[in-house]
Design a protein around this ligand. Structure first.
Ligand code: ADP
Ligand code: MG
Length: 221
């Protein structure tokens, strides 16, 4: 599903170079639930951005579904993101002026489905994440846990093969964080969607099929 080979990422900060990743390799199989832990600044977001084709590696290669992503055109990368990948962020990144329904529907607008097909898909996901009654609410009217449920539904609405989640529980209290991890794990098992997510959650060993730790830009299992 995903193959990361000897990936290096160096950021240029003025005259200074920051080596965020120093040769990271990992593989993710279909339906795997992979956690990446590591202290702040260890390179977790960088790795997720590279896998998600939101940025390019300085060296090394990433393959998604046997396609090498660094040689794709911008257009092909957008297509891959829209067809195969879903994203969940720490700060939810919902569009404040849109309702829960509209936020979830948004990625589908690029996919040429009829309004009726979109409605069926979105309502199915609202039910799946337990928010059918909040479909017409804007993010402001939802709790943190409910917002992250909307974000999960939005990430899943295009039926991605791989969901990337950057500290999805970091802004939630521990009970709500556990509920979100439970939901992601259920979806992983039922839909056979792979998840790669970064976390500081100490309970993660109960959930993940594989746990990696990033330290100083190096990945260990
Ligand atoms: N756009 C950027 N420009 C310069 N340095 C960056 C940039 N993004 C991240 N870094 C640096 O790369 C390192 C890894 O950052 P990051 O991937 O955000 O770690 P984490 O998500 O684990 O906190 C840090 O030293 C950070 O300061
Ligand atoms: Mg980060």
């Amino acid at each position: 599903m995903v193959k990361v080979e000897q990936v290096v990422k160096t950021y240029q900060l003025g005259k200074q170079q920051v080596q965020a990743l120093k040769g990271v390799s990992l593989e993710v199989q279909a339906a795997e639930f992979v956690a990446i832990t590591g202290t702040s600044g260890s390179g977790k977001s960088t790795l997720l951005h590279l896998i998600g084709c939101l940025d390019l590696p300085t060296a090394g290669h990433i393959h998604i579904l046997d396609k090498r992503t660094d040689t794709l055109s911008d257009k092909q990368q957008s297509w891959l993101r829209n067809q195969f990948l879903g994203f969940i962020f720490q700060s939810f990144n919902l569009i404040p002026v849109l309702t829960a329904f509209e936020n979830i529907e948004y990625p589908l607008l690029l996919q040429g489905l009829s309004p009726k097909q979109r409605q069926q898909r979105v309502n199915g996901l609202l039910e799946r994440v337990g928010l059918s009654e909040h479909s017409h609410h804007r993010p402001d009217y939802l709790s943190g846990g409910q917002r992250q449920r909307v974000a999960i539904a939005r990430a899943l609405v295009t039926k991605p093969k791989l969901v990337l989640a950057d500290e999805p529980t970091a802004n939630l209290d521990s009970k709500t964080g556990t509920e979100i991890l439970d939901l992601m794990k259920d979806i992983c098992l039922q839909e056979k969607t792979s998840f790669v997510f970064s976390t500081h959650d100490p309970k993660i060993s109960h959930y993940a099929s594989t746990i990696y730790t990033l330290k100083d830009g190096v990945l260990r299992q």
